[in-house]
Design a protein around this ligand. Structure first.
Ligand SMILES: [Zn+2]
Length: 145
């Protein structure tokens, strides 16, 4: 049989017979035949995995009206927001921090904005940032803090 290169490409990219048939306006049986000929396994049912950790993060956050970002995803037994992508575990605060500041955080990462559980990258602080802020406040107000 003649194999259409566009059908073969979509099969190799993991699309289902039905979605290829819809996208390319071809018969689903012809797509299935091509799949058998090329020996490509059946498309797996269920939710397609997020293409990147950033996409997954963005799927699981909800902005608040006042500019913060709430995590709507999983929390572990300690209440820490976490997610898993491509076999790797991520702590949401650390991921959001690193994404925003472009560097790995040092020590504990926590929101400094007063919104409990906020995961907006620009609202997160690591240990050196808290120490610097505290030193500045001491400089302004003296050692009374
Ligand atoms: Zn915030």
């Amino acid at each position: 049989m003649k194999i259409r290169t566009d059908v073969a490409a979509m099969l190799r990219n993991g699309h289902s017979d039905a979605s290829i048939a819809r996208a390319l306006h071809v018969d689903a049986h012809a797509v299935a035949a091509t799949r058998r000929t090329l020996n490509i396994p059946q498309h797996k049912r269920g939710r397609t995995p997020a293409p990147s950790a950033h996409v997954l993060f963005n799927q699981r956050v909800r902005p608040t009206d006042d500019g913060h970002l709430d995590w709507t995803g999983y929390r572990n037994a300690d209440g820490v927001a976490v997610f898993r992508w491509a076999g790797r575990n991520y702590t949401v605060n650390r991921f959001a921090f690193e994404t925003h500041y472009g560097r790995r955080p040092v020590g504990k990462v926590a929101p400094g904005c007063g919104h409990d559980g906020c995961v907006e990258g620009s609202h997160l602080e690591d240990q050196p940032m808290r120490q610097k802020l505290r030193a500045q406040l001491v400089g302004i107000f003296g050692g009374a803090l």
